[in-house]
Design a protein around this ligand. Structure first.
Ligand code: NAD
Length: 481
């Protein structure tokens, strides 16, 4: 049985009185590791370590910080295979996906912010003759970075890289459901020469140590990615102390396909945007709207494509669709399938747990599921399911589909497929979401603003947005005579 340790003050911390949580491999349902169930005592150790490290780290030059973060990036890349295997085992995602997406993106996150800090500038304003204002940006101090289970190392590093690059010390809290690659990161930081206490990684339950971390008076800002309900709790805890918060929350994203779209590309993409990572990406499209003229054909072709998805053990090189992250999550998704049936939905394909054999027989496998005949405003079409459960609906006009798309409380992303510039411009203007993809999906440029509107979040991450979030501006006004 593997044992995971907190990473505090530059070392893995073993406290004999520590209690542990079971860590499951979704592919087999077996417990394969034990995760520390951190307490306030662990948090205090981490805060103390970060407090000691802050004067050293924040006073380093950008180039010095950049060099260390580039080493971290290079070391993750050198150990890519090991990280990919660990991520696949911990989450149930296909090894090919971890290898192609999760770990390379973690490498990029460090590389991107390590180099971004070498190219920053701040404004200066010549107010009147002899008077100039300029803005200084300073790191905040100790910040909390809290991440979810769906893209564990990818989203953890997306937060800690800009926080560290900006000169802050960090207490990171990965999801207790998928702690393993964050645990591995400690060793990489040691090898890269990150000064002790600059990054501390605390494991444990969100409602327990996560909440204590958010509420700790020495934490100046909280960067959180997770569910909308948890985000509201984070905001409630942080607000009385006027902490900065960045919240990246849930979604219920539309995929909108017009008859004039490149049909094959739209079809191929619909499979990806619905079922990549077993539908467990906040940006997955879970409501597919098809222009009525092509609805029946698209539906038939889509079902055929879904049938071709290779479902199997995550560590099988050929697997395209692996296991759901946990038993509670599998049960939650299945409850939504039952709800969809009760609301009058027709299951076109999937809709049930897959019975696997041999070592996978106790794993958490759910068939990719497509449902039709549901109204746009039923619960199945309004609430986030966060699994491979997708609904399909026809529409006739762009105004009609816009109304369907915007009818949910979420506003994260949308993927629109059309060859008509006017249609794409209309939807780009009027969709209430933070990201609109036209004729593509999940294509990311790390310089762009990432985040959601409405209940999908507060604030933006990426490029300058992240660097501004993790620093405090100070205006200096000089009268020169
Ligand atoms: P979650 O909200 O249950 O947990 C997220 C993190 O918060 C975990 O580390 C958890 O331990 C911690 N946490 C839980 N309660 C807490 C509390 N009271 N105080 C502080 N921390 C607490 O989310 P999840 O189930 O891990 O992830 C799935 C959700 O994340 C989905 O809703 C998905 O849409 C969302 N998500 C959003 C984005 C985005 O960029 N918008 C990206 C990925 C996932």
């Amino acid at each position: 049985m593997e044992r995971i340790f907190n990473f505090i003050d530059g070392q893995y911390m073993y406290l004999p009185e520590c209690k542990y949580l079971d860590n499951y491999a979704p592919a087999t349902g077996e417990i394969y590791a034990l995760t520390p169930d951190s307490t306030e005592e662990d948090l205090e150790l981490a805060i103390q370590a970060a407090e000691n490290a802050f004067p050293i780290w924040s006073k380093m030059t950008s180039i010095e910080r950049s060099n260390i973060l580039l080493k971290i990036s290079a070391l993750i890349e050198q150990n890519l295979e090991e990280f990919a295997k660990a991520e696949s085992k911990d989450t149930g995602k296909p090894i090919s996906l971890a290898r192609k997406m999760d770990i390379p993106r973690s490498v990029e996150n460090f590389k991107f912010f390590a180099t971004a800090i070498l190219h920053t500038h701040t404004p200066a304003h010549a107010t009147e003759f002899g008077v100039i204002n300029y803005t200084l940006r300073k790191p905040l101090g100790i910040v909390a970075c809290i991440s979810p289970w769906n893209l564990p190392l990818y989203l953890f590093t997306w937060k800690i890289a800009p926080a560290l690059a900006s000169g802050n010390c960090v207490i990171g809290k990965p999801s207790e459901v998928t702690p393993f690659t964050a645990y591995m990161l400690g060793k990489i930081c040691q090898e890269a020469g990150l000064p002790k206490g600059v990054l501390n990684i605390l494991h444990g339950q969100g409602g327990k140590i996560g909440a204590k971390l958010v509420a700790h008076p020495k934490i100046k800002a909280v960067s959180f990615t997770g569910g909308t309900q948890t985000g509201a709790e984070v905001a409630r805890l942080a607000a009385p102390q006027f902490k900065k918060i960045s919240l990246e929350l849930g979604g219920k994203n539309p995929t909108i396909i017009f008859a004039d779209a490149n049909y094959e590309k739209a079809l191929e993409n619909a499979v990806k945007s619905s079922f990549t990572n077993q539908g467990q990406i906040c940006l997955c499209g879970s409501r597919i709207f098809i222009e009525k003229k092509i609805y029946e054909k698209f539906k038939t072709d889509f079902i055929e494509k879904i049938k071709l998805l290779k479902i199997g053990l995550p560590n099988d090189e050929n697997t395209e669709f692996g296991a759901v992250v946990s038993l509670p999550h599998l049960q939650k998704v299945m409850t939504y399938i039952e709800l969809a049936k009760a609301e009058g939905g027709t299951i076109l394909i999937g809709g049930e747990r897959i019975k696997m054999e041999n070592e996978a027989k106790n794993g958490y496998y759910l068939a990719p599921t497509l449902i039709e005949n549901l109204p746009f405003d039923c619960r199945t079409n309004q609430e986030e399911i966060f699994g491979a459960v997708v609904t399909i609906m026809p529409f006739e006009t762009k105004e009609e589909v816009l109304m369907y798309a915007n009818s949910v409380k979420y506003g994260l992303s949308a993927s629109v497929w059309t060859s008509n510039l006017e249609t794409s411009n209309f939807l780009a203007q009027h969709l209430d979401v933070g990201i609109v993809w036209i004729n593509t999906w999940l294509l990311r440029d790390l310089r762009t603003s990432f985040g959601g509107m409405k209940h999908s979040g507060v604030g933006r991450e990426g490029g300058q947005d992240s660097l501004l979030f993790f620093t405090e501006p100070k205006n200096i006004c000089i009268k020169m005579d």
